[in-house]
Ligand binder design. Sequence first.
Ligand code: NAD
Length: 363
Amino acid sequence: MIIGVPKEIKNNENRVALTPAGVMSFVNAGHKVLIQAGAGVGSGFSDEAYVQAGATIIEEAAEIWAKAEMVMKVKEPLPSEYEYFREGLVLFTYLHLAAEPSLAKALLEKGVTAVAYETVEVNGTLPLLTPMSEVAGRMAVQIGAQFLEKPKGGKGILLGSVPGVKRGKVTIIGGGVVGTNAAKIAVGLGADVTIIDLNAERLRQLDDIFGTRINTLMSNAYNIAEAVQESDLVIGAVLIPGAKAPKLVTEEMIRSMEPGSVVVDVAVDQGGIFETVDRITTHDDPVFIKHDVVHYAVANMPGAVPRTSTIALTNVTVPYALQIANKGIHQAVVDNPALKKGVNVAGGAITYEAVARDLGYPY
Ligand code: NAD
């Protein structure tokens, strides 16, 4: 099969859908890989590195889209790319189609088979989303620690502290993938860490993982209010699948925090859990201050570390892409139900129930 990787064109998107290591996996399996010139530069991969791994470099995106049987991307195609869609093309990327009706229409009309990273599902988990939550969770503490520094607007404390001085307090609300990864870094820094979750079984698992290095608390308004008031850094890491995040931290709770405390709302991509977060921020202008508390609310945190994010993402996407290349899309989805769940558009129909329902298509 011919696999094509165009350069990402979304604003500030520096990730790329294949690394040189990924290229080599395809080439060793007898496939051909076309990479657009400069596609990997934002993630630290030169055109030469791709050529050494066996890829062919192509200057123009149009040629990649025209020649490839499967196009791999990171973000959903933008309107300027819809003209490249054609019957028989397989597209493998993050799609988030429920939020992109015009993209769904273009894919349907042109007969593209579109497989979405975010709906590939194994035993109720979403393995192609997990690495980005791992990155965001680990970053959240690193970022919180930075903004606790005085020159950055914080109260001027070192989370891990030094002998003779109290350790910084970190509260993580939501103990899933983001929360657990945040806890690992916070514990590693030597902070005093509390994780709050609604799921008692999850709290037990966290207790097994971290033992006495963390405190666990059941999620309720009383516990959240008390923990927030005492914390230097609060991280929002809640997810209710398919729903907006609940506003668990009220404005009054934020007012109760010491001036110069920091909140990092990782869940802001689902609306966020802090009542005081009324907008998404960007990497260029990541924080705002409300009630003397520093608020960070960037919705694409992994975008700041594209090299790590690209490698983490492609580690999990390449094995699925190889199945498609080796067997063809039809046999690959017959053999692998996880991949079948990823198919959002095929044969001119929406094939993923939630997307069809949200966009008003028959299913
Ligand atoms: P997850 O499903 O692994 O974990 C969510 C956790 O929240 C679960 O343990 C669940 O029990 C808990 N929870 C649900 N309701 C709760 C409540 N009322 N109180 C306390 N805990 C509650 O999800 P995840 O992968 O960790 O993702 C968390 C959020 O981070 C999602 O919104 C995700 O989209 C977002 N995210 C954001 C970025 C970013 O760049 N900002 C990057 C990756 C993920």
